[in-house]
Design a protein around this ligand. Structure first.
Ligand code: AVJ
Ligand code: FE
Length: 439
């Protein structure tokens, strides 16, 4: 956004704020008040908590910190501080009622628009306001994806609808070679990139092969049927222990049907589409599949190089297909559909090396822990990223069908515990190429 004039930037910010809010409203208006305050899973907040939390962060980060306005509801700061109360405890808190939460987020939003009117908005300076709006939009959209995951966990009649994704088609190759050499990882110039995506820095990556598509339901079913869940050789020690403790035997939301399987997708019980990327597996399951297949998960630098590196120019792109934001021909993002799309559905979204569906469909588990890039500076708060650095989380990249494009660029970094399965996560495989490379 460095070269965008202030008024155009203001219009863009306003549009993005409205899009995010329309989505939050649609996700919370889809169910009745009982459903909004209920905890559908210990892993998730009641939907009404997410809604008021969106407003609370907007009040703190934007209306108070950037806008310098007087606090609206200082009394509820603590209730909606994610660090104060784990998700499992949130239903017992004296939360705002659905009606109060809706009023609160509207009042905060009115103030945010007022702050926007009076902001200098200089796209060249992180602190000048543009970034804070971008961060708020991305925060809301990320909670919208979390609320979508809560919808997947709720029981009862289906309430969400969307047209099916476009059909798949065969890909020319199952894997491609990513040549050895350096590439630019992260970004210093994307105006709305979050602190953990910064700064741009060169990383050397050894040659490796990466699958051109995420692992499909049919491929994953072969692993299930081959007894992959019963053979410790394929699992890490930690993964094997978790498999036993949680009694894992198939992806979450797969439902036994005689000798086969169906799946529950937002309340619809249906056959499992063989060519769609598998979704709702944890890191350990992804890793076990990869070992069973004689492969491994990609590392985070490998994934980003496959997604961004253009061998013709040596440049790193914003997205696999180029620098422009995703259109419907590029990727399955933004909750246009309520499932991943079959492999091959987005030929126009492939990377220069011919890797498909890196962005959208399913988040992809990677064999990397969450760390700051060299030169990382926490911005605007340590609590956004830095407090999560270390070995407790595994990285996820690329976004899912439920990820809004505003939080879906190829530098965007997501992380979660390696046991989590309720998120819209799948994976693709990679393997070393060192022998072929030197031959
Ligand atoms: C980046 C998706 C892991 O949901 O915990 C939301 C995003 N940060 N509120 C999360 C986030 C603060 C975060 N993830
Ligand atoms: Fe949050």
């Amino acid at each position: 956004a460095a070269d965008i004039p202030t008024e155009a930037l203001r219009t863009r910010v306003a549009e993005q704020l409205r899009r995010a809010r329309d989505r939050s409203v649609a996700l919370t208006d889809a169910v009745d008040d009982d459903d909004l305050v209920r905890q559908h899973s210990k892993l998730m907040s009641p939907l009404v908590w997410d809604l008021a939390h969106i407003g609370s962060q907007e009040e703190l980060w934007l209306v108070r910190d950037v806008g310098g306005r007087v606090p609206l509801r200082p009394d509820i700061d603590d209730l909606y501080d994610a660090f104060q109360h784990p998700r499992a405890d949130r239903p017992a808190l004296p939360l705002l009622s659905p009606a109060e939460a809706r009023t609160y987020v509207r009042e905060v939003r009115d103030k945010a628009f007022d702050v926007l009117e009076h902001s200098p908005l200089d796209g060249r300076r992180l602190e000048a306001g543009g970034f804070a709006f971008g961060m708020i939009v991305q925060h809301e959209q990320q909670h919208d994806e979390t609320m979508l995951a809560t919808h997947q966990l709720r029981s009862g009649a289906p309430v969400l609808n969307a047209p099916p994704p476009p059909p798949g088609r065969p890909l020319p190759a199952a894997e491609v070679l990513v040549p050895e050499g350096p590439f630019t990882m992260g970004t210093s110039i994307d105006a709305w990139a979050l602190d953990n995506e910064r700064p741009a820095h060169d990383v050397h990556v050894d040659a490796f092969f990466i699958d051109t598509a995420p692992v499909t339901n049919a491929q994953y079913l072969a692993f299930v049927e081959a007894g992959g869940y019963d053979d410790p050789r394929f699992w890490s020690e930690e993964g094997w222990a978790y498999r036993a403790k949680a009694d894992l035997n198939a992806p979450r939301f797969w439902v036994r049907d005689g000798s086969g399987w169906l799946r529950n997708r937002f309340g619809h019980i249906e056959p499992i589409p063989p060519d769609e990327p598998v979704v709702h597996v944890c890191f350990h399951e992804a890793q076990a599949y990869a070992r069973w297949a004689g492969k491994r998960l990609p590392t985070e630098p490998e994934w980003e190089k496959a997604a961004r590196f253009d061998p013709a120019t040596g440049r790193s792109r914003r997205f696999p297909w180029g620098d422009e934001d995703p259109g419907p021909e590029h990727a399955n993002v933004g909750q246009r559909h309520l499932s991943p799309a079959p492999v091959g559905a987005y030929p126009d979204g492939a990377s220069p090396l011919g890797v498909h569906q890196l962005v959208g469909d399913v988040w992809e588990w990677l064999d990397s822990d969450f760390h700051g890039y060299p030169g990382f500076e926490a911005f605007p708060y340590r609590e956004y990223s830095e407090v999560f650095f270390g070995g407790d989380y595994k990285m996820l990249r690329g976004g899912s069908f439920g990820t809004d494009p505003v939080a879906g660029r190829a530098t965007f970094r997501n992380w979660d515990h390696p046991i989590r399965r309720q998120i819209f996560a799948g994976f693709r495989c990679a393997r070393d190429a060192s022998r072929e490379q030197s031959a």
